[in-house]
Design a protein around this ligand. Structure first.
Ligand code: NI
Length: 263
């Protein structure tokens, strides 16, 4: 059976409250050997500290989502994130951070300020970043370049831009998180980008509970469905799903600096 590393999940969401223990136990038996639970604010960063201590196969991040950065203006909030990173080896990145111009709940200038501040945090803690970027390709790349993000490293999660933008992201040696959207019939732009991006820079992700792949689209997502994502990438690249799972496993370990023997 293929080992699968799901690099981006939100298993602390309320839709898993009723059956979380059995749901996570089933994942492990279905071949999902590692997941990284991604924080979106200070509360979920603290939850990730507990979750990663409780579940062997789970790694986690700390950080605030672009439209939730208000929580970082509370006194001591950034210190809390820094302390968590320093005290728990299974908290392996800062994320998800970045820019989201789709909704205008938080001003662009405020989003940019906290994107930069959280990149600084990652640099100090010597961990990579997980970037969320929606409708904001140019500003995201500008900030990454001026902050020398290539020295920090990380992943562009739920990659949704063109192959031209992908070329610029590759210049910074970032990974690309590819998930359920690649199984959608109308995802032409993404399929072109996946064809262009070398397999050495692709990691698998669900963004569970969101973005469920075909044929389960619309239902609560699960890392177990990543086999469908692996199949879709394999058919674009004309290789086998096994090769996709093996390469993306190695890539995910490189991304999060997790040693093989630490499983
Ligand atoms: Ni996410």
């Amino acid at each position: 059976m293929n080992r699968i590393f799901d690099t981006h999940v939100h298993y602390n969401e309320a839709c898993y409250d009723e059956d979380r223990e059995s749901f996570l136990a089933d994942l492990v038996t279905s071949g999902v050997s590692r997941v990284t639970n991604i924080a979106t604010n200070v509360v979920t960063s603290l939850e990730n500290d507990l979750y990663t201590r409780k579940y062997d196969f789970m790694y986690g991040t700390v950080g605030a989502f672009p439209t939730e950065v208000d929580c970082l203006s509370e006194p001591g909030a950034m210190d809390t994130l820094e302390r968590l990173l320093a005290s728990n080896d299974k908290l392996v990145a800062v994320g998800e951070i970045g820019l989201d111009y789709h909704y205008d709940d938080v001003e662009k200038s405020v989003q940019k300020e906290y994107f930069e501040a959280q990149m600084d945090l990652a640099r100090r803690a010597e961990v990579p970043i997980v970037i969320h970027s929606r409708d904001a390709a140019k500003d995201t790349l500008d900030i990454m370049r001026s902050a020398h993000a290539e020295e920090i490293g990380g992943v562009m999660h739920c990659y949704s831009y063109t192959k031209e933008v992908a070329r610029e992201v590759l210049d910074l040696d970032f990974f690309f998180g590819i998930g359920g959207v690649v199984t959608f019939k109308n995802a032409k732009k993404l399929k072109e980008a996946v064809d262009y991006i070398p397999l050495s820079h692709i990691v698998l992700e669900t963004d569970a509970p969101y973005l469920t792949p075909e044929p389960f689209r619309g239902k609560r997502n699960s890392s177990a469905y990543l086999s469908y994502v692996a199949e879709a990438i394999a058919s674009i690249k004309e290789i086998t799903a096994e090769e996709v799972c093996a390469a993306t496993w190695d890539n995910a370990c490189r991304l999060y600096k997790i040693r093989e023997e630490s499983i």
